[in-house]
Design a protein around this ligand. Sequence first.
Ligand code: PLP
Length: 326
Amino acid sequence: MLPRYPLALLPTPLVEAPRLAAALGGPRLLVKRDDLTGFAMGGNKVRGLEYYLADALACRADVIVTGAGPQSNHVRATAAAARVAGLAMVAVIHNARPPQALGNLLLDELLGVDLRFTGLPNREEVDVQIEATAAELATAGRRPYVIPRGGASALGALGYLGAVGELEAQLEALGAHPTWLVLATGSCGTQAGLLAGAKLRAAPYRICGITVSRPVAECQARITRLAQEAARLAGGSLAVDPQDVLVRGGFIGAGYGAPSAEGVAAIRLAARTEGLFLDPTYSGKALAGLIGEVQAGRITPDDTVVFLHTGGEPSLFAHPEIAGQD
Ligand SMILES: *Cc1c(COP(=O)(O)O)cnc(C)c1O
């Protein structure tokens, strides 16, 4: 495997969620607590960052350049990792600077990130400005290291390729034989890494991503490509058919980052059954998707489900309307 710069506290816990399982109507439910990856408020981005930071240091970079939206968990975790490694950090953020820095944006400011707002809503503009910013820094004599928007590349996907082995050992210790692994899918690196790891290890469960931003077919294509590339980086080889990549749509709501009614209901349910905090952009919509799979009869009481909690709690503090008193 490629070198890692240690950031995460692993293994993350794998816990039963019996009250939530009962509320869902019966499948055994285990929650893989990757909200607790143990660095800078945790979440799924920390595993991939171990590979990015090792690579950035090997390239003798002095500044990390990346980007995403204003409530990005990726930017917050990357900024903290850059600080620990002694690097500066520039982040390109879509739209205009919000009037008040809340949630992840508050943490970005606390970390002293050089935030550059595009003033435009489209996310492709972030990609363009990440490249332009890196070029500008290089011209000024700096040594920038670019991490793609959302952290999704084959290198970053190695974090979850490795997590499959960690999960396997925990399942063995519990005597659990899951049939499903359900997670939120955004820029697709996490599902790609899991798929590659699961295929290389012949894991018995199917992986179901609930898309929170992109159309299903685009996710399938990205996951196929990233999984194959990640397997190659890990020294293996893998043929993935996009048809084998399971991604469910229908839970994005009004759009990426906008809380949905089902997602908010799922967040309240997880809090009120298990004391578990999910987030409105990713994990809340993923649990809504899991509930949808149960309602559609595709996940039954005979199944055992691992729900990957990918983190994201800081963005709750930018959405006070979610708390609810109903
Ligand atoms: C980024 C993120 C995801 C999605 O991961 P991808 O690798 O981008 O698909 C899920 N949950 C949370 C909390 C995230 O921050």
